[in-house]
Design a protein around this ligand. Sequence first.
Ligand SMILES: Nc1ncnc2c1ncn2[C@@H]1O[C@H](COP(=O)(O)OP(=O)(O)O)[C@@H](O)[C@H]1O
Ligand SMILES: [Mg+2]
Length: 380
Amino acid sequence: MPNPFSIGIVTGSDFCNRKEERETLLQHIRSMQSVVLSAKRRIGKSSLVTQVLTEIENEDILPIYASFFKISSEQDFITTLATAIARSIGKAALDPRPLQEKIKSLFGRIIIGLDLEQDKTVLTARLGREIKFDYLLEDVMQGLFGYIEKNNMRACIVLDEFQEIAELPNSKNIEGTLREYMQFRKDVCYLFVGSKRRLLLDMFTDKRRPFYKSAYIYSTREIAKEDFVPYIVGQFSASGKICSTETAGLIYDTVEGYTYYVQKLASLSWNITNTECDSTIVKKAYASLIEMEEMSDFVSIWNGLPIGQRSALKAIAKSPALSIYAKEFLLLHNLSASSAQKSALALQKKDLIEEITKNIYKVTDPVFSAWLRDSERAFA
Ligand SMILES: Nc1ncnc2c1ncn2[C@@H]1O[C@H](COP(=O)(O)OP(=O)(O)O)[C@@H](O)[C@H]1O
Ligand SMILES: [Mg+2]
């Protein structure tokens, strides 16, 4: 039996609940209203929007998903968006023509290449000689608009990890130009998704920025325990193993319900379960989870931080209930009020900490927080 838990994007029967979020997003999409979906990383944003896009597949709305996670230039932005549009049109059920024909002359300046990789056709956009961003974006958008008009469709474009464009050298121009396309079409809506919450929200709430007030602001949190526990029990039993409600609850609680870790801990527990999962197994699996995250993530995040931010982060992990300005907090962790404030701002921008109530912060990622508290190992 394959492991029923996944740490990739989940949809369909692997997708747990989120009924309310799905309905809200579907309503906005069907009425062509743009939405900003901001929430911490690995909480389930990409899975949620991907799931929602599959739910409109048979409607007159072309679902487009583009992720800007790895972009480093304006050209990357264009090729990512063009590829996403071509991929979606290639799959569009309402248009039965063969793929090649559908994407042949979709864009004027941008060429979509078809490559065969492991029996799958992979699309890649290539830019011609033209490199001026405004022209290229016009080419992409006009290609899309022309297609949906001809086919009597509308479109929903998901721009995942959208805040990355704010980090590009020429971000002002990208934001301004994109905003103009948004304004004049009633048949295209956008879902702006991102995990660097401060960066993303600033784009939409700062009066001086082009996207100011251009979309509904929405968020999502952990999946409720009462929904996730039956899901874990069900995935175990569907794959021929047993996990009681109590043990599934322990899996959920151990990682504070943090979506990615719930799946990963359940997955690791499943691996070492012969017939029935119990608390000893979950403990063992949790130890290997921390070890894995340490190697893949925590050490590099830690090493990437300046000393001041390291001290503040460790202090917040250890004293999450104290205000960062409290004497007790500053004395205990040997910090000055000004450096604590400066570091807290920087850490919040990176989304490594979040403000719970005024001046009281917690480390966003509960497993990272546990790792930070275990100071002997982490800071020897
Ligand atoms: N609705 C869901 N049901 C079950 N597991 C989920 C769900 N949404 C997300 N996950 C799990 O959480 C992990 C992170 O989800 P992802 O959508 O990539 O988060 P984000 O985009 O917020 O970083 C996924 O790999 C998957 O294991
Ligand atoms: Mg994501």
